[in-house]
Design a binder for this molecule. Sequence first.
Ligand SMILES: Cc1cc2nc3c(=O)[nH]c(=O)nc-3n(C[C@H](O)[C@H](O)[C@H](O)COP(=O)(O)OP(=O)(O)OC[C@H]3O[C@@H](n4cnc5c(N)ncnc54)[C@H](O)[C@@H]3O)c2cc1C
Length: 479
Amino acid sequence: MTTPRPQHVAVIGGGFSGTMTAVNLARLSPAPLRVTLFNHGSPTGRGIAYGTRRPEHLLNVATRNMSALPDHPNHFLDWLRTRTEYAGVPEAELRETFMPRRVYGDYLRGLTQHYAKPVDPRAGVEFAVIGDEVLALEAAGDGARLRLAGGATLDADKVVLATGNEPPADLPGSDTVARHAAWCANPWLDWETRIPAAGDIVLLGTGLTTVDAIITLLALDWPGTIHAVSRNGLLPESHFKGVDDPHFPPASVDLATLGLAGLVRLVGEHCARLRTAGLNPAMVVDKMRPHTQRVWGAFTDAERREFIAKHAARWNVLRHRIAPSIHRQVAGALESGRLKITRAAITGVKPLGAKIGVELQDRAGATTLLEAALAINCTGPHTRFSATRSPLLQQLLSSGLAQPDSMDMGIRVEPDFTVVERSGQRSSFLHAIGPLLRGTLWESVAVPELRGQALRVAQTLLDAGAPAPAEAAVIEYQI
Ligand SMILES: Cc1cc2nc3c(=O)[nH]c(=O)nc-3n(C[C@H](O)[C@H](O)[C@H](O)COP(=O)(O)OP(=O)(O)OC[C@H]3O[C@@H](n4cnc5c(N)ncnc54)[C@H](O)[C@@H]3O)c2cc1C
């Protein structure tokens, strides 16, 4: 039995995931449809990642793998060709280029504009963008009623939650520095205007957001010392050129049946083989990518917890690699002493006059205090779903319209992205995609996964029959 096509779809969140859901609904709907995209907090179409205004912030995925549309793999590449500055770049070079993220934001913004303000009067889809926060949802008739921060309410037949990444979790003592001029709790808000003339800047974390901050400080020629601190002290690795390794995964092995211990053993063997051959073992991580969601789905929760505790830090630096030019700049800063990495647990932050004191403890238990003229919390998106700071997500949890996934990393969904209510029932109107599915899928954060989700959820809502065809696996490293 087919479900009736929805008349009005509300999409909450206007970053990549929500925008592309709305765009897919608009371009694929065979019949008249109303789509309303709600967004607040970061620029519509661009979201947090592509809302950056800094030209030195580059994509960490090459152009060839950044199409927003799974069924048009060269869409971003072709769009770049419409810009004078890229029109003459040889194809092979452009495919492997890591574009400025703000250029990618222009691309997404352009797609939004094309469908939200169509010049073709025959367009059958009414696509509205509302710049307001959705505070609450309740069931109303066969659909939902949305309550907005501005006071308005709006009814929809179906709702897609695409609320994206939350700012980093608080650190011990965050409350004591919350209003301090030298404390930045959200690394994605412009902090460049607050850079001190002298003193040290301390970046809490050593992941991708930290790299963004380092690159900006270098671009601004900031003369002081940059400290980056994390428990493992691991910075992201660089993209590289590799070979088409046919030995991993072995044809006879289904990675999803191995369990964590078996997988760790197999991956370890293949990494050792590649190292012996003088090749980069990160190729194994790339070649696992088409299988990762299935592997994660087959793990028990105990295995998932063990993976996070023992392997996730190493996985992340190999998996979320950065553009070689960015890596070279970071390496140069390390060599010159402008950047210092400290391997320690961050045990607290506290006010220290005009500075922030960052308390650290190393593995041997020794404690130190870094004095920061500016301290930026770059510890990555907050992921404990039950402690979400989003009023909307809190309301969904408290009203029973949603529940956390079994890892409490995001929202519980069915394989077709339908939200599961606290009662265990499938929601009749609510779907979720994007980083909210991290606990269910593990890999649910970068464009190569999110574009497929945005297409599949649109097809489900349009009852478009055949699901989105599986994309051909793209190997991230360059061959
Ligand atoms: C700094 C950074 C750089 C990245 N670089 C890359 C990259 O180079 N390549 C790559 O593939 N991936 C990259 N990523 C991964 C990135 O998460 C995804 O590519 C993508 O941007 C996520 O989009 P999203 O729409 O799911 O979430 P977000 O970008 O977080 O957007 C969600 C939007 O919804 C809004 N919102 C939330 N709640 C509500 C509400 N209740 N009402 C209204 N609006 C709401 C938010 O304010 C925000 O505007 C990067 C991520 C970050 C943080």
